[in-house]
Design a protein around this ligand. Sequence first.
Ligand SMILES: Cc1cc2nc3c(=O)[nH]c(=O)nc-3n(C[C@H](O)[C@H](O)[C@H](O)COP(=O)(O)OP(=O)(O)OC[C@H]3O[C@@H](n4cnc5c(N)ncnc54)[C@H](O)[C@@H]3O)c2cc1C
Length: 449
Amino acid sequence: MALQNGHSKKSLDIAVVGGGLVGSLEALYLARRGHRVQLYEYREDIRKTPQVRGRSINLALSVRGRRALKDVGLEQHIIKEHGIPMIGRRIHRLDGSTYVIPYDARTNQCIYSVGRNYLNASLLKESDNYENVKTYFNHKLVEANLQNGTMTFLKMDTNEKVSVKADLIIGADGAFSAVRKCMMKQPLFDYTQKYIEHGYLELCIPADENGSFQMPANYLHIWPRGNFMMIALPNQDCSWTVTLFMPFTSFQSIDTEDKLLAFFETYFPDSITLIGKKKLIQDFFGGSPSPLVYVKCRPYHVEDKALLIGDAAHAVVPFYGQGMNAGFEDCTILNHLFQKNNDNLVKILSEFSDARWRDTFEICDLALYNYIEMRDLVTRPSYRIRKTMDDFLYWLLPDFWVPLYNSVTFTTMPYSECAKNRQWQDKVLMYILTVLGISALVGVSFLYN
Ligand SMILES: Cc1cc2nc3c(=O)[nH]c(=O)nc-3n(C[C@H](O)[C@H](O)[C@H](O)COP(=O)(O)OP(=O)(O)OC[C@H]3O[C@@H](n4cnc5c(N)ncnc54)[C@H](O)[C@@H]3O)c2cc1C
């Protein structure tokens, strides 16, 4: 068992509820500090079960997530062995032609497409190397008393109930968190949950007959169509996970094979041969659209006893590719607070709540905005002009002018500062354009006088 430098002298019993991406990473951080970790996961061990359809198959990993993986010694493995770099958006027009909008024309930074299951399995596998992590699969949290650290789990395979106690309960149990439900009984706990009117359905572009990618691999492909869109991220086996986002009412209106084919011929004609008609029909009618929810709540803790992280604390819609990255960043911040406060839970938990909520509320709003950018704005000349100006200024003044997407995706600047940056950049550009406009008017009036 490898413990990180300066690890805690006082080992705590910490229960992490939820062995998804964020919970399994948090277990590793805590184990490296020398704490005794019990990781409880509702589902079976994903390393032993086939991929379940419905949840995104691959995800975009960016700098915040990479930093966390680096801390636990997995970044190079995940990126080198598995990640597929995506250097920009590849936009598909209605006529099937495409063009590229690079993410970072200045330094060619990229995001990585990684398999959800692979990443989760790698984190779980790594935690097997630590004697101080015990993982319990098929354990569903059904009840908890957060003040005294007691929990009841239902064992899904035997239907037995087991009671457990811990010094600290960390809820990493996703957007519909059971730990958060217990927290909602606390006075002064604020909570908002909202479903957007759009859902998503996953389709697949298979590899070609030679086992190669059917489209240029190093891009996030987007078919922006105004009120809806389709995107595709590359997989290791040269297939593409294609996700169609659109209003539920539009999904419902496509209720026959003919309507489906007519819809695709109208809006995504180039994708039909890539997916294949038969497979398109099979996948579309074989699944049902999933909802998209966001959650804002605060504070994230109860005294020195319980804490929410990841989607349990802040589920966001997926359009900025930041849900997992933000959850991983929670773990990094928490680790820093453990070090800074020498494992004093009272300070750690309250500082985490105070420090984090503005940033997670912000990424929630930015993700909602980015849906509009991806499905609609990217096709507009105003977006292209703004992007060109941003890229130029970023090239000219790299430390001063970091465009919004780049600050969110390629830096660890707090999300709320990324948004504030954008606001002053908007003002500066508006000022420059106004001055240029007035100068042009004055120039023209001199010419004609
Ligand atoms: C379509 C889509 C695309 C996405 N793309 C991206 C992307 O490109 N980049 C990105 O950063 N993010 C993306 N996300 C967001 C990302 O999936 C989530 O932010 C991330 O999965 C959150 O991890 P988590 O561990 O907090 O929650 P989850 O992944 O939901 O894991 C929670 C775990 O807790 C377990 N659990 C639940 N209830 C209980 C209970 N009562 N007892 C015990 N265990 C329990 C669950 O079984 C699960 O394993 C996307 C999301 C969607 C829907």
